[in-house]
Write a new protein. Sequence first.
Length: 307
Amino acid sequence: MPEFTVIHIALLALSAVIGLVIGWVIRGNRSAQEKTAVNAGWNERINAQETEHHRLVIQNRNLMDQISEFQESNRDAKNRAKELSVAAQEANERRDVLQREIKEIRSNLEVAVAQREQLQVHIAARSESEIATQEKDDKIFQLSRELENWTQRLPPLIERYKVRNEEAEQLEAELAEARSRIEQLESAASHATGIEPVQNPDELTDGRNASNDATDSQINRKPQSFETANDDDHATPRDDLKQIKGVGPSIEKTLNEMGIFNYPQIADMSEYDIDRVAQRLRGFHSRIYREDWIGQARELIDGNRSD
């Protein structure tokens, strides 16, 4: 067995030191490379986060702009709905006033007609002196003048009532459109801002109802005599209803089926009769007034009498 001398030990120690130095250098290089790789990875993550942050900032700014636009549109729509509600309420009030005026005029007109008929019956039944006859003639003339005055005042009021009624219907349509717009805006804005929907939409119209449907009193009214007219062609005189502007062959056929055959029946039509004809003809209510079927029938009656 060889003997270990100091030189051998020194060489072994030197070799160990050199190995340690080489290992330390290699480990330092590998640590530097790992550190460089880690730094590069962190830099990439930081850059990605900054890019994502920038994108989120832009997106948030765009969303805030959209929210502002939605809120402004919602405020405008609500203000418009309030204005329409007030206008609809005023139109309904004006329409109610016109209805009361028309009812009062018709009542006065019926009283005047009844008084004239009563005087005519008295004149036919009695043969009085010339003074009494003159007084009655004066009364008849005065009542005729009053009747003519009421007759002249009634069509303008009816026309005003139709105009107010059309205005009320238009305002109701605009109000419904505004409500629909508000619901759309609130639905779109609720996804981004959490705006609560309208809890009581009926408050926009204050519970008003502008329907033109027939009331219970109109439905329960007794029909005029032509509703129960005899269908016998020989018993009921017939006129050419197509002479009235707006009445064609099909409308004339429908009127005949309802028991309307001549001009006096159309001239004496009441509100209930007009509603009944309009329901049968599907929405001719405004057209009957616009084309003035009653006035045309009266003119045709006067023309036949003059002939």
